[in-house]
Design a protein around this ligand. Structure first.
Ligand code: GLU
Length: 313
């Protein structure tokens, strides 16, 4: 079976080193197996992800030499490749889950969901305790606000073996709780959209940062409910700033806007690959040249701090 990898960035700002490492790893992992790469723009939150940011991102990826076989400007039948244009597919998946009787409206406010008394998981996310699952039809009818929609999850352990991080499991009810499928403003949730899209686009291998490892059991549960074949999952450690924080779009010195002004694309990729363990030195190399030495076994499993000055001129 042909390997189909993908990049699925959210264009909420200019891409940074963490996003670039993600695209580079997805690209190398698929290309090394002779596979192809799909690019999907995860712009469900259209207010935060305006189209002009996506256009800059396409240009940045091209500048980096990370090409795609299918995606914006290369539609081979499973497009559109902007999630904001794929709502009919999410609607259809939601309908299937409704038919199974697993979807219910949730009227909880943000303040109620994030109250200090609510249980939280280790990554800080609140665990939904099922308040609205227990509402009667009459109680629902009395509510005055538009509801979000949640998926009722079973008290079951869901585990899988990650292609890089090894075995991971969690109990859907206890560690996560009933999760959102659609927000009260109508925006579909990442968990639903990512599953629908990866399946529809024939993705066989999902490469992404370990911050999404804990989303995977929820996604596997959705694959099962929707009768879709799940891809292989490969999570890699996160890049941290020199002072140990997770990179964000606010770290200007890690953003491509700043980096493009002082380094070539090969310098950026070579240094990232050095941090990722698959370039013996920080020597400048193109994505194609990095294919020769790429090996998941060399990539660390612990988060990676970017040494001060590594991406200086
Ligand atoms: N759109 C997500 C992000 O940019 C990635 C989702 C995924 O890879 O599953 O963080």
């Amino acid at each position: 079976m042909e390997t189909v990898g993908r990049f699925a960035p959210s264009p909420s700002g200019r891409i940074h080193l963490g996003n670039i490492l993600c695209c580079l790893l997805a690209w190398l992992s698929a290309r090394q197996k002779g596979g192809k790469v799909v690019l999907r723009i995860e712009d469900l939150d259209t207010a935060r992800c305006p189209r002009r940011y996506a256009e800059i991102m396409l240009e940045d990826l091209r500048w980096l030499g990370l090409d795609w076989d299918e995606g914006p400007e290369a539609d081979s039948g499973s497009g559109p490749y902007y999630q904001s244009e794929r709502t009919a597919l999410y609607e259809a998946a939601l309908e299937k889950l409704r038919d199974k009787g697993l979807v219910y409206p949730c009227f909880c406010t943000r303040a109620e969901l994030h109250a200090a008394s609510a249980p939280h998981r280790s990554d800080g996310q609140a665990i939904y305790t099922g308040t609205c699952r227990r509402l009667t039809e009459a109680e629902r009818a009395e509510k005055r606000r538009p509801p979000a929609l949640r998926l009722a999850v079973p008290d079951e352990d869901w585990g899988f073996t990650d292609g890089h991080m090894g075995p991971y499991r969690e109990n859907l009810a206890r560690d996560c709780g009933d999760f959102l499928l659609r927000r009260s403003d109508g925006m579909f949730a990442y968990q639903l959209a990512v599953v629908v899209d990866d399946a529809a686009m024939g993705v066989t291998e999902v490469v992404r940062g370990s911050d999404l490892l804990s989303s995977t059991p929820r996604q596997l549960y959705l694959y099962r409910l929707l009768g879709l074949k799940a891809p292989e999952f490969i999570h890699f450690p996160l890049l941290l700033s020199a002072d140990g924080r997770r990179l964000s779009k606010r770290d200007a010195d890690a953003g491509l806007e700043d980096l493009r002004g002082k380094l070539t694309s090969e310098e950026i990729l070579g240094r990232l690959a050095f941090l990722g363990g698959f370039n013996p030195s920080a020597e400048a190399k193109s994505a194609k040249a990095l294919l020769a030495d790429f090996d998941w076994a060399r990539v660390p499993r612990e988060d990676i701090r970017i040494p001060e000055g590594l991406f200086g001129r």
